[in-house]
Design a protein around this ligand. Sequence first.
Ligand code: MG
Length: 325
Amino acid sequence: MNITLANGNGGEENLSLIHKIFFKNFSNEILLKEEDSAIIEKNLAFTTDSFTVTPLFFNGGDIGKLSICGTCNDLAMMGAKPKYLSSAFIIEEGLDIQILEKVAKSMKEELEINGAKIVCGDTKVVPKGSVDKLFINTTGVGELFIPNISSSNLKEGDIILVNRDIGTHGATLFIQREGIEMQSTLKSDCNSLYPIIKELKNVPIIALRDATRGGVAGVLNEWANKSNVSIEIQEEAIPVEDRVKGVCELLGLEATHLANEGTFLIAIDKKYLEETLKILEKFNKNVSQIGVVTNTHNKKVILHSSWGTRRFLEPPTGEILPRIC
Ligand code: MG
């Protein structure tokens, strides 16, 4: 059996590879929690991510901005303040040094937004053709300021919100790669989330996750699975921009399967709904209450359409858009 692109899709095949090879060999209590970051000491969160996006520069960001957002967001999603990062560059021989300078500048700007520092790193140059232009790995350490966030904690009655409209990162990259002309310029949501999570410090967050590869459907299914609950979603409550809907029609995809890089789901107790909405609205007016946790079909996500029909919302399978992050 050989590795396929689907093994890196952030969905089912990706999870199955991780379980079959990596969990089997590296198994330990912390790893098996499968959270966005590992909590390694009482107050320390630790995570890593590699970035292979193509094109290197896209509307709304570039590989540099993404490499800081991705790792800092995974720390923020565990309720941690991003503090120290490493960065490792794998550079293809022949890359224009101006490109590297531009990428580093983007990283610097995003580090400042997070109040984080790169404190160690590595640089490798490989022969032409061994890698496509530039790959970056970042690892990050953060300090916990909201405790007990976990995808295993959801319970009946919890409310699920999304902080903004979904799917713009995946849709933007698709448009740019295919050279599709659209009147208006669709922009990736690529963004640092720590400034938002910082404002939520007094809300007892139950679960929090950025909907990167695998999209919103991936996160909801993972939560339903890990917490052994069902999640009921109102389709019309999910904010999707018209241009993103257009891309979905072209691709034959659901917006809930598209990747995001600055969009997250948050689960809270009903009594914190008003307070949470008020904070999230300050950052994006498209914040929406999309669903609720129930016990009707455990480990499943149920999508209620505006026509009154119901179906299971499955996590994405296959790989239609590789190298989106
Ligand atoms: Mg994540």
